[in-house]
Design a binder for this molecule. Structure first.
Ligand SMILES: NC(=O)CC(=O)C(=O)O
Length: 278
């Protein structure tokens, strides 16, 4: 029996190739396996149906309401009675494109939609270059939604580097944060784990980051290493770079214990923190 304050989460780290149908087939297979293993909230990685390349985003983009990918996720969420965090997909709306995560509840309804708010425009010389803003427009919202278990916050990849949005999520009552993300072979080893442990520990939340698996035939080499960290900053599990599913129990009683024993959120000096920054 699933208690409301303890439940199993599954992070599906799938390989992404230049073939949408195959990408979706892989995702469906792993979601079904996660359901069979008792997961109640299941998340996919950033760009799970499309290679992480500017020249692919517009070709793979779909519109909400007419999207084959979203229809499939909605049907499985409903059929299996689970929440699905639909990683992210290239979304088209009018003339604009977004890197968007759609969230489905147990009835298959969209209950959350996050458009990446910080676009990944970087140039680490001779190693990794990406300019998402060549294709995507900026999202404008911080995204939280309710589940039967707790409030959940969603961000996408590069958003993870900006701590302000997670503190706002926590002020809104979030206890679990899920970030579909595709760090790479350079920034992953350097920053992935330290960011995730820091965000989990400062905000005293469960923090999950879900990557695609690494595809050595692609130009962008994803880091993989999907990970779950508890509210004390302890890593509960981490994959390597290959396809797989990471499971963990989320224990909201433990979260309350951490918050009451080490009351960081209560000890904040809100009178000191505001700055007029341009
Ligand atoms: N891919 C991203 O959006 C971010 C990333 O790889 C990083 O911040 O590093």
């Amino acid at each position: 029996m699933c208690q409301k304050n303890k439940f199993k989460i599954a992070l599906c780290q799938t390989l992404v190739e230049d073939n949408k149908e195959n990408n979706i087939k892989r995702v469906v297979k792993l979601i079904e396996e996660a359901v069979d293993n008792g997961a109640k909230i299941i998340s996919l990685g950033e760009m799970f149906n499309c290679p992480y390349r500017n020249d692919a985003f517009k070709i793979y983009a779909e519109e909400e309401g007419k999207s084959e990918t979203l229809n499939i996720l909605s049907s499985i969420a409903k059929e299996k009675g689970v929440y699905i965090i639909g990683g992210s997909v290239p979304e088209k709306e009018g003339e604009k494109y977004y890197n968007t995560s759609f969230v489905f509840d147990k009835e298959g309804k969209i209950v959350g939609k996050h458009r990446k708010v910080h676009l990944f425009d970087i140039d680490i010389k001779d190693r990794v270059k990406m300019k998402e803003s060549d294709t995507f427009s900026y999202g404008k919202n911080i995204t939280v939604f309710d589940t039967q278990y707790c409030k959940v916050g969603i961000a996408i990849c590069y958003d993870m580097r900006f701590p302000e949005i997670f503190r706002i999520m926590v002020q809104k009552g979030v206890k679990l944060i899920i970030v579909p993300a595709a760090f790479n072979y350079v920034t992953g080893p350097a920053h992935w784990e330290i960011i995730i442990r820091g965000r989990a520990m400062d905000n005293q939340v469960y923090f999950c980051a879900v990557s695609p698996a690494r595809n050595e035939n692609e130009s962008y080499l994803a880091y993989g290493h999907s990970i779950i960290c508890d509210p004390f900053g302890k890593i509960l599990g981490e994959l390597d770079e290959k396809e797989g599913i990471l499971y963990s129990e989320i224990d909201l009683d433990y979260l309350e214990k951490v918050r009451s024993e080490l009351p960081l959120l209560k000890h904040r000096r809100l009178d000191l923190y505001s700055v007029n920054e341009k």
